[in-house]
Design a protein around this ligand. Sequence first.
Ligand SMILES: Nc1ncnc2c1ncn2[C@@H]1O[C@H](COP(=O)(O)OP(=O)(O)OP(=O)(O)O)[C@@H](O)[C@H]1O
Length: 287
Amino acid sequence: MSATSSPAAPSPGAASATGPVLELRDVTVTFGGVTALSGVGLAVRPHQVLGVIGPNGAGKTTLFNVACGFVTPDTGTIVREGRELGRLHAHQLAGLGMARTLQGLGLFDRMSVLDNVVVGADRHASVGFLGSLLALPRAAREERELRERARAVLEELGIAAYADRYPPSLPYPVRKRVALARALAAEPTLLLLDEPASGLSADEMDELGDLVRSLTDRMSVMLVEHHMDLVMRVCDEITVLDFGRVIAHGTPAEVRDDPAVLAAYLGEVVGDEDAPGALPATPEGGR
Ligand SMILES: Nc1ncnc2c1ncn2[C@@H]1O[C@H](COP(=O)(O)OP(=O)(O)OP(=O)(O)O)[C@@H](O)[C@H]1O
């Protein structure tokens, strides 16, 4: 199965590299006696949505954590725009132009929605927390700009009306959008999404798909996701894992028809198209 280049045209101002914005090369991860990933390679290209799928236990979460730099592989390398990454802490991601959302959302319950998103936008602040405490004029200006950027992202995601609310009072799909807004506020060039569709209705998932596609003019996206219909609809390319190995890679159409992929999912879905992992029988607007 052959890799294809992204159909999305690069736009000025986003990632300038023509090579991959993120590469995993020959990555192996073991936990005790369990091999979670074995010799895995993948590449996220500029302005592309790369999907990562696989049955339960295939290694998707481990791969996501490796891509974020939170799990150090036993062997292999992670390369961000040509630069090899070592182990990272969460606060270092933004400086690398990376942002991610997690299944657990990780919102601050005692901060307003707007403040949660401001935390994400903070990457651009140069004065920092101490400057804010001392109320330096520059800090005040940066604070204003951060809040403006955060409000703009809330508008973009259609949740500006919730700016002054607190996460615990909001429905789950709105909280998911807040988590996404926080990631986008950092203006990343690479967005890593872990199961963004979990807990969403079919309509909400469609909206999420449109939104993810709309981001590709300014960033690349790696989407780790169970919901096959979403993956098939929004991804330019898909890497399929099973038992910690890449068993297929290609366009949605190529992956959908791959016998190895069908075999890997057979035990999981048995023709139940409503199941999260079910492979749709017909293309759903695949590009
Ligand atoms: N911290 C850990 N300690 C031991 N084994 C682990 C650990 N994390 C993952 N594993 C094992 O590694 C393998 C891959 O797990 P991983 O969670 O990455 O798969 P997954 O594709 O995300 O699964 P799911 O779809 O069920 O979330 C599994 O066999 C899992 O049991």
